[in-house]
Design a protein around this ligand. Structure first.
Ligand code: SAM
Ligand code: SF4
Length: 266
């Protein structure tokens, strides 16, 4: 499927939960968040059904994200439901990695191809400070588990303030070189203020090349991370929501006051 600007939309990012076991300073407020009501969260059947419709409209690439996708109960069942859909060439997940030790092998067996793991620092105390609650060792173990399970290529998402030459980012770069990991640098953004930027090492953030649709865990289809526009897949039906999202995808977003990183999934 193509949008008005002749961009081919073939990439669906699905946020499966707004919950997370970490509280990264740039993503979630310290006092916690107002969570979606349980009944508003899409069921596995709804997510898989919607994905199937998206694939029949030309989506070939699917990423599962969150919140933290691995805190959604039964996540490996959902992965296997999605991986069974014919036409998906690339099925990936973005995760903070803390629970991968437990899930990596099951995810691979369920049909997940690869993972992106978020890692902004390799300093234990700084990791604790950024995530407010996390233990860096869990992420290291998660990275090893992903490699052992064959979730290749294992990519690292590193959030930077301004430049990949910052001290923490340089240390993560060295760690990735030593451990055969690909790295993407994501400039810290503010959706509400409209501060956004391109991802170094990927095509995220480049409007001309944007091929993405995003589904939130409460069923809103968003054609642009930096726009308030969204379509309710329960109210409109899957096909109509996809049609409208493709028709009305903005050429370039400006700001987003209706969503946040933890419920859209970046
Ligand atoms: N919990 C998972 C994780 O952290 O990888 C998946 C969801 S998280 C919202 C997806 C990505 O968004 C992560 O790589 C995270 O670093 C990034 N992210 C979160 N808040 C951000 C912000 N304000 N600016 C830029 N990237 C952000
Ligand atoms: Fe959780 Fe990911 Fe947001 Fe960190 S970036 S708080 S791990 S959703």
């Amino acid at each position: 499927m193509f949008d008005r600007f002749n961009r081919k939309l073939n990439y669906l990012r699905i946020s499966v939960t707004d919950r997370c076991n970490l509280r990264c300073t740039y993503c979630m407020p310290e006092q916690g968040i107002r969570l979606f009501r349980h009944e508003d969260i899409l069921s596995f059947d709804e997510i898989a059904g919607f994905t199937k419709t998206a694939v029949s409209n030309g989506v070939t690439k699917v990423r599962i994200t969150g919140g933290e996708p691995l805190v959604r109960k039964g996540i490996t069942v959902l992965v296997s439901m999605i991986s069974e859909i014919k036409g998906i060439e690339d099925l990936s997940m973005t995760t903070n990695g803390t629970l991968l030790k437990q899930y990596a092998q099951e995810l691979r067996t369920a049909g997940l191809h690869r993972v992106n793991i978020s890692l902004d620092t390799i300093d234990r105390e700084k990791f604790r400070a950024v995530t407010r609650t996390g233990d860096l060792n869990d992420v290291f173990e998660g990275i090893n588990a992903a490699k052992n399970a064959g979730l290749f290529p294992v990519k690292i998402n590193c959030v930077i303030k301004d430049s990949k030459d910052e001290e923490q980012a340089r240390a993560v770069t060295g760690f990735c070189k030593d451990n055969d990991l690909e790295i993407r640098y994501i400039r810290q953004m503010d959706l509400v203020m409209g501060h956004f930027s391109i991802v170094d090492g990927g095509i995220g953030g480049d409007c001309l090349l944007c091929n993405r649709l995003r589904l939130t865990s409460n069923g809103k289809l968003k054609p642009c991370l930096f726009s308030n526009i969204e379509f309710d897949i329960r109210q409109l039906g899957f096909e109509k929501a996809i049609q409208l999202a493709a028709e009305l995808k903005p050429e370039c977003g400006s700001k987003n006051e209706t969503g946040t990183f933890y419920n859209i999934g970046g």
